[in-house]
Design a protein around this ligand. Structure first.
Ligand SMILES: NC(=O)c1ccc[n+]([C@@H]2O[C@H](COP(=O)([O-])OP(=O)(O)OC[C@H]3O[C@@H](n4cnc5c(N)ncnc54)[C@H](OP(=O)(O)O)[C@@H]3O)[C@@H](O)[C@H]2O)c1
Length: 409
């Protein structure tokens, strides 16, 4: 299969293209205003050291915290592999990390830093000695297994949509509502938002704090990796088929995705919106503010990794483009790349393999009172899924919301 090797190649290539020095030089070159650039450079340095939030700097880990035992469910998938990479990059204080997937993958090898882990089957695994389970195996698996795992005293951080709308399950983006994590104890489950919601709320939160958002209109440009490894295979094989004049087959997507865009993601709802669009609306309300009105058009584009969003925002109070730019430059998780000349905006290709939510094209919308438009891009497998889940685990550990069940030998 292409995905298992080539999706890693896509990621590895983007990472090696952006060595730490190059990233810093890039930020220095692209930040229009040198003083405000400082926060971006500091952010980049902390990110390159492995942390996103100041509170989760790896240097702060203590020996005692090395006792945590983690399981990654869906370890052979796009998100699961990324979770293992990020746990290793962040030097997460785990005594042991176990890779789990379906019975099909028993013995499959996955990388974890310098180590190779052999996958075990979820259905045979005893979670009674495990502290945290990072889960990314789809909604059906999560619906069945998350309560069983949580019932064994293991905190589940779930990436599917199975638990996001349960009022007893916190839905968390650490830069936005980390304090809500404390509510996890009701079910022992914490939900991650949809990939397109995660990057959006990181960008909206600091602007909402300043000028109170009333309404958001967003159009997404979502990469195929958001639909799993088979979807990446489909873009690759369709593209190849077109180049060699073979017939094109569609399986994962409703229409050809190669050299095309598809204005529907997930199933249709009764009102004509798709479930993906509904998720963005419902999740933004739950994470940020139930009073925010949001309408979305979600579009799949032939990009392997990285979601982009064109966002129009109406505020209750005045806010200029310059003010918004300054606020976003200081905001946790955000990097502003906004030079008003050709090539002065971020694209998914550049965001792939990176941790930040990038913001470009910040401008005033004169057609409404207190309106702004902007362009927002992030790696959907990282901030949209795996990175956000690891950040949640880091908050659990760092705020001492959980203690390891067993001391390491
Ligand atoms: N991709 C994104 O941008 C993104 C963002 C946010 C949330 N999510 C969510 O994260 C989840 C995974 O997405 P993905 O993109 O990583 O999908 P994926 O690449 O298709 O991987 C699916 C993973 O689930 C495992 N799995 C399937 N059935 C299983 C079972 N019965 N028991 C145990 N493991 C099983 C697979 O194992 P095998 O290899 O053994 O089949 C594989 O490791 C989905 O719920 C998705 O909605 C994804």
């Amino acid at each position: 299969m292409w995905s298992r090797r080539a999706s890693r190649l896509v990621l590895d290539r983007t990472k090696s293209n952006r060595a730490p020095d190059a990233s810093l030089a890039y930020l220095l070159a692209w930040n229009a205003q040198p003083v405000a650039a400082f926060s971006n450079i500091a952010y980049a340095m902390s990110r390159l050291c492995g942390g996103v939030l100041a509170e989760i700097q790896p240097d702060l880990w203590t020996e005692q915290k090395m006792d945590f035992k983690l399981a990654v469910v869906g370890a052979t998938g796009n998100v699961g592999r990324e979770m293992l990479d990020i746990l290793a990059e962040h030097r997460f204080p785990a005594a042991e990390v176990v890779a789990l997937a379906s019975p099909r993958s028993i013995g499959t090898e996955v990388s974890f830093g310098d180590k190779i882990l052999k996958c075990k089957a979820l259905e045979n695994f005893d979670f009674s000695g495990t502290d945290i389970c990072l889960m990314s195996a789809g909604g059906t698996v999560s619906k069945e297994w998350a309560p069983k795992i949580a019932g064994q005293g293991c905190v589940v951080i779930d990436n599917s949509s199975a638990w996001r709308y349960d009022s007893d399950v916190p839905l968390i983006v650490p830069e936005v509502n980390a304090e809500a994590i404390a509510g996890f104890a009701k079910r022992n489950i914490i939900a991650n938002p949809n990939c397109s919601t995660a990057q959006l709320v990181v960008a909206l939160k600091p602007l909402h704090d300043k000028a109170t958002i009333r309404r958001v209109v967003v159009a997404t440009y979502q990469s195929v990796s958001g639909a799993g490894k088979e979807a990446m295979d489909e873009l690759f094989s369709q593209t190849r088929a077109i180049f060699v004049s073979d017939s094109v087959t569609t399986k994962k997507f409703p229409k050809r995705i190669a050299f095309n865009v598809i204005p529907e993601i997930d199933v249709f709802m009764e009102d004509g919106y798709t479930k993906e669009e509904w998720k963005m609306m419902a999740e933004t309300k739950k994470i940020l503010d139930p009073k925010i009105k949001l309408t979305a058009t979600c579009v799949r584009v032939p990009v392997f990794i990285g979601h982009a969003e064109a966002v129009n925002i109406e505020f209750a109070n005045p806010i200029s483009a310059d003010e918004a730019r300054e606020i976003l430059r200081e905001a946790p998780g955000c990097l502003v790349i906004d030079k008003h000349e050709p090539g002065g905006s971020i694209t998914p290709h550049e965001a792939a393999g990176e941790d930040a939510t990038y913001i470009s094209r910040i401008r005033e919308d004169a057609t409404v009172e207190n309106g702004l438009s902007l362009w927002c891009v992030a790696d959907n497998l990282r901030k949209g899924a795996a990175l956000n889940a690891v950040q949640i685990a880091e908050v659990l550990v760092n705020r001492k919301l959980i203690a390891p069940k067993k001391k390491a030998a």
